[in-house]
Design a protein. Structure first.
Length: 204
């Protein structure tokens, strides 16, 4: 029953650059993107997005959530919570995108992908630079709600499609590709579908 539910990756960014990067990256990791979930802020309710996921050609399916700096719990966070609680789909992980958003509490990540596509046991900033703090907290738009939700894997990442050109679409969005591929591989490993060692053995 568990494997019949479509696998979903949530991404806390929804601007046009993130959308383009995720569409490119998805094509390279054999995933699908709900492009209609893009927007500042998120234009669709969580239930509507879940319906679109169920009609996707195949999984895993990538969904974008964005509050656009809305004070409190904005539409992106509301949709995110709804998706996590929707039992028709299976969330395999979240990419928590760092930004310079002020007055947020942040969320602790399991690890991050830095601007070079490396797995690091730390948080990163919006440029993908590893932070020295040992707390592993990502600060960004649409991430505070994750403090109150249970998700299998929470990965920190810099500003998708940007990071001072290192994740640019003309480069093939390598940082985003690395993050998505890692989430997919971790899920396969946890479900016993992979013959390889856990990719977390590469953590730095």
């Amino acid at each position: 029953m568990e494997q019949q539910r479509p696998r979903v990756i949530l991404v806390t960014d929804g601007d046009i650059i993130a959308r383009t990067a995720l569409e490119i990256a998805a094509s390279l990791v054999h995933a699908r993107v709900i492009s209609r979930s893009a927007g500042n802020p998120t234009p669709l309710a969580g239930a509507t997005i879940a319906d679109l996921v169920l009609h996707a050609a195949h999984d895993p399916v990538i969904v974008m959530l964005d509050d656009n700096g809305t004070w409190g719990q904005g539409p992106g966070e509301q949709a995110l919570r709804s998706l996590v609680q929707d039992r028709r789909i299976r969330i395999i992980g979240v990419l928590a995108v760092a930004s310079n958003t002020r007055y947020v509490r942040g969320v602790k990540v399991d690890f991050s992908i830095d601007r070079r596509g490396r797995i690091v046991d730390a948080a990163v900033n919006k440029y993908g630079f590893r932070l020295r703090s040992k707390r592993k907290f990502i600060f960004g738009d649409t991430v505070d709600i994750l403090r109150r939700l249970r998700v299998p894997c929470l990965i920190g990442i810099g500003d998708i499609g940007k990071m001072k050109g290192l994740d640019d679409r003309h480069r093939g969005c390598p940082v985003t590709v690395s993050a998505l591929r890692l989430l997919i591989e971790l899920d396969e490993f946890s479900m016993g579908d992979s013959r390889n060692a856990s990719p977390l053995l590469l953590v730095q």
